[in-house]
Design a protein around this ligand. Structure first.
Ligand code: ADP
Length: 259
């Protein structure tokens, strides 16, 4: 099925970007955007020039997660200037969409719009660009991967078997298009009660690490369910930016150092 896009169509639209990583998941709601935003801030905190593109057409969340209220500026010739926040360059597909209307683009039209969007952003020189992909494994994902010269993929999954089964489809997709999986992340691993510090494994725990090891994929780490992570996401300051001393920030910093 993937052979539908011939190799001759390949365009590298990100010539000023040294390394481009996509963040993917098999299904929505597993914390892909949360991981993308905190990983990108962690990478920037380590001194790199970092960009983050929210390409999750069905649930773009960067505006909320980074507290961005205004759209980006454009140059007279129609190039888009990324918004800068927390040391990152940020761009979201949501900036092109009317928030009160559902996304009506479908199939090839959507893919063309996304690809054009990819080429129209003035990232400047970047060490790393992270692309927060839409969940799942459709044509949109393939088209983005093929036009961005992606160097690697980070897969986010919750510990539940069903979530990792979904993630396996995403892993299969990257194998097919020959993009290496540079890391697997288990999100919502456990819950630490802020009152009594007791750890509860709401969705089970450790299954993603075991599966990654079985599949020979690098495991990047586990992130617990943490109130500060959710609040940071809702309030527009990713945990890593707002709570540099949190143990979860340390986990994201260690993940970034491994990429
Ligand atoms: P996805 O991008 O996979 O759809 P999100 O990153 O938008 O998922 O996360 C879904 C919701 O879960 C958000 O409200 C987010 O703040 C919350 N969330 C994600 N990961 C965690 C976590 N480790 N601890 C607490 N809340 C989390």
């Amino acid at each position: 099925e993937w052979e539908r896009t011939p190799q001759a169509d390949f365009k590298n639209l990100l010539t000023t970007v040294k390394k481009c990583f996509v963040i993917a998941s098999g299904k929505g709601g597993v914390g892909k955007s949360t991981v993308s935003s905190n990983l990108a801030v962690a990478m920037a905190a380590q001194g790199y020039k970092v960009g983050l593109l929210d390409a999750d057409i069905h649930g773009p969340s960067m505006g909320m997660m980074f507290g961005i209220k205004e759209g980006p500026d454009a140059t007279p010739d129609g190039k888009i200037i990324p918004v800068e926040k927390f040391g990152l360059k940020l761009m979201s597909i949501a900036f092109l969409i009317d928030e009160d209307r559902p996304v009506v683009w479908r199939g090839p039209m959507l893919n063309k719009a996304l690809t054009q969007f990819l080429g129209d952003v003035l990232w400047g020189d970047l060490d790393f660009l992270f692309i927060d992909l839409p969940p799942g494994t459709g044509d949109t994902q393939i088209s983005l991967i093929q036009n961005a010269k992606v160097d690697g993929a980070v897969i986010v999954s919750t510990p539940q078997d069903v979530a990792f089964l979904d993630a396996r489809k995403a892993i299969g997709l990257f194998n097919t298009v020959k993009v290496p999986i540079v890391g697997v992340v288990e999100n919502m691993s456990s819950f630490i009660c802020p009152g009594c510090r007791q750890e509860t494994q709401i969705f089970g725990h450790g299954g993603v690490k075991a599966a990654a090891e079985r599949m020979g994929l690098p495991f990047l780490g586990e992130i617990p369910i943490d109130l500060a992570i959710r609040q940071g996401g809702d309030e527009g300051t990713p945990l890593v930016a707002g709570h540099p001393d949190s143990p979860q920030t340390e986990v994201f910093m260690a993940m970034a150092a491994r990429l």
